[in-house]
Design a protein around this ligand. Structure first.
Ligand code: 2M8
Length: 450
């Protein structure tokens, strides 16, 4: 990348992040998502760490300001200055203030993929003030441990030791085709759509968002969880959706490895974290790796069966350094095959779903489009395993997507066109990370449209 094109892209990313900053945190998008989201904040902190270490630290600390006493880090921390109409489901739906042990700020009651320890470690690695970053890590470490302990104690539902999610939103890949079969058991109560109004369709086309039927199911699952008092212990046996997801667990294990590094930096014992990371990796291989499909898949706890779909979630375990060489080979073959098209010049980034599946949809939310966060995770995974031959073209593809379509929420992998909301924070943040990384090594020529 020439210095000048890199700086165009870098400046555009910083402009987006600065525009979405709300004083102590960053909104994913000023229009569609006007609060603070959990895993978005982790990606955002990674980007911010290249520009403003203080903002990166504040981003994570403010998210953990919403942590509940049981350790869960809620998927959304609501901004009290945004009115209820700004986003559905908002504070009056989740009613976190009626639950004991919750933060003073209103939050949702579900979680999202636990990638925060990894983000905190990246903040240290990119820090211009390392002493300050170490102090930040000392502050955050106990909260990160409680986040992971919540998963280990409240979300483990079988002998695998892996964490289960109780709502598709907890996966981060809301309407992934992996949820079709488990969701089919959840009755569609259309009256919920009259009682509660979807707000997302005011900001994005209905052909790009989840269907009404799926939305009715999401509301039902969330309302049932709320009405149980978010009590995992009592509720899990009677839940209508209970799934063990490879991306969620891979990010937990990857973050556990990061916690080990953080523990060392602040003079504590890394061993318990390494032990848990190793155990999670092995359990994932045993329960979630589908050797016929040659990828990781989700496990439907209630049906006691794997969900045989190839999605990007099945490739994200590449981030784990303890994966066996045979599995790494399977995953890289999967990536370069016609299912995901890495190295195919007609395919941009890593599609969220199998390009060859009959229900692949390049524009509908998590059912086909390329997202920059999952593509970035695969990129990091390829580098963990020394596959720079594949990582380098993927980095190039991410930059080209942003250069051509701007920091959109997602992209059609077949055309590179941008979709969903604009000025999307994690797209900007992760592009900033890639630009900074490549500016140390590579040479690319890109400019950005925003
Ligand atoms: C999307 O999820 C929210 C629900 O949490 C929504 O659809 O309204 C997902 O893409 C999720 O992964 C993301 O964190 C969130 C905010 O960007 O939007």
């Amino acid at each position: 990348m020439s210095e000048s094109s890199a700086s165009v892209l870098r400046r555009a990313a910083i402009r987006t992040l600065a525009g979405n900053w709300r004083g102590t945190s960053t909104v994913p998008s000023p229009s569609l998502y006007p609060h603070q989201w959990s895993w978005d904040s982790a990606f955002i902190a990674i980007g911010l760490s290249h520009w403003s270490q203080r903002r990166a630290e504040t981003e994570l600390l403010s998210l953990f300001g919403g942590q509940w006493q049981d350790g869960r880090v809620p998927a959304i921390v609501f901004d009290p200055s945004v009115d209820e109409e700004g986003y559905f489901p908002g504070p009056s739906f989740w009613q976190s203030n009626t639950v004991s042990g919750t933060a003073p700020l209103a939050t949702s009651g579900i979680v999202q993929p636990p990638i925060h320890a990894r983000a905190a470690l990246d903040v240290l690695r990119n820090a211009r003030e390392p002493a300050r970053a170490r102090a930040f890590l000392r502050r955050l470490y106990p909260r990160l441990c409680r986040e992971h302990d919540y998963l280990a104690t409240r979300r483990v539902v079988d002998e695998s030791g892996l964490a289960a999610i109780v709502h598709p939103w907890e996966s981060g890949l809301d309407n992934s085709p992996s949820w079709d079969a488990p969701l089919a058991r959840v009755p569609v109560d259309r009256s919920l759509l009259q009682r509660y109004q979807r707000r997302d369709l005011q900001h994005a086309g209905s052909d790009e968002r989840p269907t009404d039927d799926d939305y009715a199911r999401y509301i039902r699952l969330a309302a049932n969880y709320r009405d149980s008092g978010y009590d995992d212990g009592r509720r899990l046996p009677s839940t209508e959706f209970l799934v063990i997801d490879p991306l969620f667990n891979a990010l937990w294990a990857w973050s556990e490895e990061a916690l080990a590094d953080i523990a060392e930096v602040i003079g504590l014992d890394p061993e318990p974290h390494l032990r848990r990371a190793r155990h999670l990796g092995e359990a994932m291989t045993e329960l979630l790796f589908d050797s016929e499909l040659a990828t990781f898949t989700a496990y439907d706890v209630l049906a006691r069966a794997r969900v045989p779909r190839r999605t990007v979630a099945g490739l994200v375990p590449l981030v784990l350094e303890t994966l066996s060489p045979a599995i790494v080979r399977s995953l890289t073959q999967q990536l370069t095959s016609a299912h995901f098209g890495l190295l195919d010049s007609d395919i941009a980034g890593v599609p969220s779903y199998d390009l060859r599946a009959p229900d692949f949809d390049g524009r509908r939310y998590w059912r086909g489009p390329t997202w920059l966060n999952t593509t970035w995770l695969v990129w990091r995974g390829l580098r963990v395993h020394g596959r720079d031959d594949l990582a380098a073209p993927l980095a190039e593809a991410m930059l080209e997507l942003a250069a051509g379509a701007g920091f959109r929420e997602y992209f059609d992998p077949r055309t590179g066109s941008g979709h969903g909301t604009r000025h999307f924070s994690w797209s900007a943040a992760l592009i900033l990370d890639v630009v900074e990384d490549l500016s140390r090594t590579g040479a690319h020529t890109v400019s950005v449209a925003e």
